[in-house]
Design a binder for this molecule. Structure first.
Ligand code: LMR
Length: 388
């Protein structure tokens, strides 16, 4: 059987992790995969995560299965974090292996129950298209961001969504857009909500960076306003960045509906899909998140550490945009974007030259992870971009 297989290329973004590690240069810079780093280039474990792990180690007495949908307390606490306490909507969630697991479950549900079509912004996280195609969805695209001018293409986005058919799904990023760093503003969310409501579309909102952009509640303000105004939505949540739990694969998918019975029915379908895929979700990461969200001291400490990460990112961003000066016609927009990423108007040849000559690593798309910069490197790295 295996003789029929041909070797698959490595995922270009994930392959960068190994290529960067193998580079012996001391002054190399990793602007590749989206992982938060401190000024020493280290991806720290949150203090609250360590403390929660200690509590779990001391108190957990069994590794028996939890439940097909995962841990209900985790799901409730995480929903309060994302949806808010004043949320008037009905939601039912399942715990998933990371945000990607949530997106795949959502895609399978859309294939079963929806039109089988999803609208994806250009550009988007490269794995979005891969996940949706693997689930058999037909992918339509809407313009989102123009790289040379570093600007949102909201009018074109709305125009494209006006052509969507009732029941089509629409992928949106809650905040800290990956790969552009350009979020929808409050008025933009209102316009997108209006077209979604008018056309009867179903948003699938990917929320993977809460706390890294406009602030803890600000990063989900658009999401909350949208789900309060429309009858149905799917919300994919990742705890990778907000809790620094990358390798623990911790996430959730929520079905939001006008009535609790409809949300519960959607959830029963998600549980059935998961059962024939990975059966039940991993527990360790969600046990950590549940402990942090449910323990006031740990919660406060986690929020303050997350906030210091957000501030560091914002400082790096401004410093980098200032150092770029007028390198591109709208370089300053990079300073106003948010979260880990920006998408620079560079060519794949530029990217390879930076990698080979200077040890500066990023995917050929030109996406940079701002968190991979150190303040001490900003001037040098910006200088390399200016010299291209
Ligand atoms: C990224 O975009 O760098 C992260 O979301 C990691 C990944 O899985 O691609």
């Amino acid at each position: 059987m295996f003789e029929r297989l041909s070797r698959q290329p490595d995922d270009p973004l994930l392959a960068l992790i190994g290529i960067f590690k193998a580079d012996p240069r001391a002054d190399k810079v990793d602007l590749g995969v989206g992982v938060y780093r401190d000024e020493a280039g280290h991806s720290p474990i949150f203090r609250a995560v360590k403390a929660a792990e200690r509590l779990i180690w001391e108190s957990q007495s069994s590794k028996a299965y939890v439940a097909p949908e995962g841990d209900q307390t985790y799901l409730d606490l995480l929903w309060t974090m994302v949806g808010g306490t004043a949320s008037p909507v009905h939601a039912a969630g399942v715990q998933t292996p990371g945000g990607s697991g949530a997106l795949r479950l959502a895609a399978d549900l859309i294939r079963q129950a929806g039109t089988g079509k999803i609208w994806l912004g250009l550009p988007s996280w490269p794995n979005h298209a891969g996940i949706f195609a693997a689930a058999g969805l037909k992918i339509e695209t809407y313009p989102y961001f123009d790289v040379p001018s570093q600007s949102l293409q909201l009018d074109s986005m709305i125009e494209a969504l006006q052509r969507a058919e009732p029941g089509d799904a629409v992928l949106l990023h809650a905040s800290c857009h990956n790969p552009t760093g350009a979020p929808l503003g409050a008025e933009d969310w209102a316009r997108v909500t209006a077209v979604i409501a008018a056309r009867g579309l179903v948003p699938l909102i990917d929320s993977a960076y809460q706390g890294f952009g406009a602030g803890f509640d600000g990063d989900v303000a658009g999401l909350r306003a949208m789900i309060a105004a429309i009858p149905e939505a799917l919300i994919a949540v990742s705890c990778s960045k907000s809790f620094g739990l990358y390798r623990e694969r911790t996430g959730a998918l929520y079905a939001v509906a006008a009535a609790q019975a409809a949300a519960d029915t959607a959830r029963s379908n998600l549980v059935a899909i998961a059962r024939t895929s990975y059966s039940m979700p991993p527990d360790h990461g969600s046990a950590i998140v549940k402990t942090i969200l449910g323990t006031p001291d740990l919660y406060d400490d986690w929020r303050s550490e997350l906030d210091s990460m957000r501030q560091r990112l914002a400082t790096l961003r401004r410093a980098f945009a200032d150092a770029l000066g007028d390198r591109w016609s709208n370089s300053l927009a990079i300073g106003r974007q948010e979260g880990m990423f920006s998408l620079l108007p560079v060519t794949p040849a530029d990217v390879m030259a930076l990698r080979e000559k200077h040890g500066v690593y990023m995917p050929t798309s030109g996406r940079i992870n701002i968190a991979g910069l150190k303040l001490a490197d900003v001037a040098r790295v910006a200088g390399l971009f200016k010299a291209l």
